[in-house]
Design a protein. Structure first.
Length: 215
């Protein structure tokens, strides 16, 4: 089964739901606390933020970085991110992360709540793209939902990839890719790809720091 249709539907969900995107950050204390972990992470130099969404994380990255290049495929969420972020060191780009290749290297590649939206069959290529985007000595830093979050999703069976059903305020519904990575399994998978990785959990989420294979 091909996951292209599922990814198209996922994109449609985030475009249509841009105005509702920030609601969980306002409603859930755990998410508000999670935002503050940026201050304790080794974010430095030139930063590439993948799937920046409405820019919840972008200003926090900019406060620690020399520059931030924030990329997302949905123009609707990018418009909100631009309005939220006033730093002159931040550049926003619209691009499909399954097709886009970074034109340069960065000291840090950061992505929050994106890895769970990558179909498992595309993970090796995704991590290759991240590795290619990192300058020597650079780090990938990622934050996402752990397995406990599945209890709060409408998980779907018999899909081209692990998936969940999301609904918007207007009643429309969309399938999205949703992979609830276990920290140990993800560590093992990345290690098998040659990465050096450490992952810790925090209130049902995981926070990872990884360095790419030495070539």
């Amino acid at each position: 089964m091909d996951d292209d249709a599922l990814l198209t539907e996922q994109m449609a969900y985030y475009r249509a739901g841009a105005a509702e995107y920030d609601r969980p950050y306002a409603e859930y204390e755990n998410l508000q606390k999670l935002l503050t972990v940026v201050d304790d992470l080794p974010i430095a130099g030139d930063v590439l933020e993948l799937a920046c969404g409405t820019g919840q994380w972008t200003p926090r990255l900019a406060a620690r970085a020399r520059s931030v290049t924030a990329v997302d495929a949905a123009a609707e969420v990018l418009a909100l991110a631009r309005a939220r972020t006033v730093s002159p060191t931040v550049q926003f780009l619209q691009a499909d992360l399954f097709e886009w290749q970074p034109p340069r290297r960065y000291d840090t590649v950061f992505f929050a709540f994106w890895l769970s939206h990558v179909p498992p069959t595309r993970l090796p290529d995704f991590w290759d793209t991240v590795a290619a985007a990192l300058a020597p000595g650079g780090k990938a830093i990622f934050i996402d939902d752990g397995p406990a979050a599945a209890a709060h999703e409408e998980v779907l069976a018999n899909q081209p990839a692990p998936a969940a059903l999301r609904r918007l305020d207007d009643g429309s519904q969309y399938r999205i890719v949703k992979v609830f990575h276990d920290a140990q399994t993800l560590t093992d998978d990345l290690t098998a790809l040659g990465w050096s990785v450490g992952i810790r959990t925090m209130a049902g989420n995981y926070i990872g720091i990884a360095e790419p294979p030495i070539t």
